[in-house]
Design a protein around this ligand. Structure first.
Ligand SMILES: [Ca+2]
Ligand SMILES: [Ca+2]
Length: 66
């Protein structure tokens, strides 16, 4: 398992294999950098390549490697 897949798993709190805007909000709270749901949704949309409104592990990895 690559490092980004491990990180992905930590963020994906309901283990459905996708990071949602809600999970992103929770992550940022944990990191002490709270963001709004609107900001999280904008971030998800930016990383979302296949248009399903969620971030899968490939999309997450592509983001980290850029
Ligand atoms: Ca999830
Ligand atoms: Ca997607």
């Amino acid at each position: 398992m690559s490092d980004y897949a491990i990180t992905f798993d930590l963020i994906d709190s309901d283990d459905d294999g996708r990071i949602s805007a809600v999970e992103l909000v929770r992550l940022m709270e944990v990191l002490g950098q709270p963001i709004t749901l609107e900001a999280a949704q904008a971030g998800v949309t930016r990383l979302d390549k296949d248009g399903d409104g969620l971030i899968n592990v490939e999309e997450f990895g592509a983001f980290l490697q850029n």
